[in-house]
Write a protein that binds this ligand. Structure first.
Ligand code: TRP
Ligand code: MN
Length: 448
């Protein structure tokens, strides 16, 4: 515990893991100054609205769907790719809402997910030792020494890409694209012709009929706003603390601080040290926040985290995102659920079935098996059922594109097919078909 009061800079008094070594401190300072004068990307009132929605999740009255890229890319930045990612997330939300009958809180890993923690500071490419790629907010992924030098101007570029992404998302989600009458149009051609696409079409048809039925009954659907738009929130890992600090603003209404880079931010498994800089930073902002938990997290760690990040026990404030791995979830999760339940902390429990199930394929590409992802999800639901706690949500990495990065699924992608369309700059993502398939499985687990 530190005696010094919290401020947006107080993280600097704590050891900060995973920070790039910027070559020029003055240049970094200049960039942070610029960032701190730019408009906030989100507003405090929106973050409070998400906290309230997540409070419903923590109380077992709603389900969290958090999804998007592992790492957004400066190279893949187009209206089409944002739209296609949103389409898949909306489709998943429809399947979950309709299939499980619970409200779904929609949060993208998007409009700011540009920084990656790495296991080692350098990597070998051929016989060259290069600084590792840390996300486009920091350096470039091209395999040469110059590209890997951290460049603070990238923080500004990340801000602007986030702003335009968010602008488009707001237009899509509030301007008619997410209207329930469009439910068929989100099914992309390459998905529609597949088994999971046809299964989706069936739900879409049922929703259509239900809407027509209500309309025929005399209900005025046009004035029913909730049918025509969705609340869609943004989130990313709060990794590069200088960036987050510069976007932290004091709310004029409440006087509290909000990190206005996204509605929700989370801290990773590698940066959640008890007295570390990341927890210090998160402890003082009032956004809803998340914390990843891997299989080595102890019940003590988790209770300390809850006390540190949510001492006032505000429902919806803290989401614990477990990423245990299919093999470990049955042993590692129950003690944490019991400890948090018995301490009475009102958390959201979400399952990240991706990061504990990553391995290198024979060809050396990072991949994940769809079956392992499902197995971890099943383990998550079973553990919650046994603990009497609410399996509050899922956190997945996906893309709207027809990539071949994860193995299996209905399309049954095989190891020797990974190279066909492997475009991620970091971890392997579910493609649109795998993501929709997954949402059907989760809806079944929720119903059961
Ligand atoms: N607004 C409601 C919701 O977000 C219903 C809704 C409208 C919806 N468009 C949607 C649900 C798209 C899922 C996907 O739940
Ligand atoms: Mn990832």
């Amino acid at each position: 515990m530190t005696a010094a009061p919290w401020s947006p800079q107080s993280w600097k008094e704590h050891p900060a893991a995973q920070q790039p070594v910027w070559p020029d401190d003055d240049a970094l300072e200049q960039v942070q100054k610029t960032l701190s004068t730019l408009p906030p990307l989100v507003f405090a009132g929106e973050a409070r609205r998400l906290t309230r929605a997540l409070a419903d999740v923590s109380g077992g009255r709603a389900f969290l769907l958090q999804a998007g890229d592992c790492a957004e890319s400066f190279a893949d930045f187009s209206a089409d790719s944002i739209r296609d990612k949103l389409k898949v997330i909306l489709q998943m939300a429809v399947v979950l809402t309709y299939g499980a009958g619970v409200p779904v809180v929609k949060v993208g890993r998007i409009a700011g997910q540009f920084a990656k923690p790495r296991t080692s500071a350098t990597e070998m490419v051929g016989d060259m030792e290069l600084e590792t790629f840390r996300g486009h907010m920091v350096n470039d992924d091209a395999p040469d020494a110059a590209s890997r030098v951290p460049d603070p101007d990238r923080l500004i570029a990340a801000y602007h890409q986030s702003a335009s992404t968010l602008n488009l998302l707001r237009a899509f989600t509030k301007g008619g694209f997410a209207d329930l009458s469009q439910v068929h149009l989100w099914n992309q051609q390459f998905v529609a012709s597949s088994d999971e696409g046809r299964r989706y079409e069936q739900i879409a048809g049922e929703i259509d009929r239900a809407l027509h039925f209500m309309s025929a009954c005399g209900i005025d659907l046009i004035s029913e706003e909730s049918l025509h738009q969705v609340d869609f929130f943004t989130s990313h890992e709060a990794l590069i603390l200088g960036y987050e600090e510069s976007l932290t603003r004091q709310d004029s209404i409440t006087g509290e601080f909000y990190d206005c880079s996204a509605h929700m931010v989370w801290v990773g498994e590698r940066t959640r040290q008890r007295d570390g800089a990341h927890l210090e930073f998160l402890s003082g902002i009032r956004n809803p926040i998340g914390c990843k938990l891997g299989p080595t997290a102890s019940a003590d760690d988790v209770l300390a985290l809850c006390e540190r990040l949510n001492p006032e026990r505000i429902p919806g404030r803290l989401t614990l995102i477990t990423r245990m791995g299919a093999g470990a979830v049955a042993d590692a999760l129950p003690p944490l659920l019991a400890a948090v339940r018995d301490a009475g902390h009102p958390v959201v429990w979400a399952c990240d079935p991706m990061h504990g199930n990553t391995f290198a394929s024979d060809g050396g590409r990072k991949t994940r098996r769809f079956d392992d992802i499902l197995a971890e999800l099943r383990g998550f639901f079973i553990a919650h059922q046994q603990a009497g706690t609410w399996p509050g949500g899922v956190h997945v990495e996906l893309t709207g594109d027809d990539v071949t990065e994860c193995l299996g699924g209905f399309g049954d992608i095989l190891e020797d097919q990974l190279h066909l369309r492997y475009t991620t700059t970091c971890d392997p993502r579910l493609n649109a078909r795998q993501a929709i398939d997954l949402s059907f499985r989760v809806a079944e687990l929720l119903r059961g």
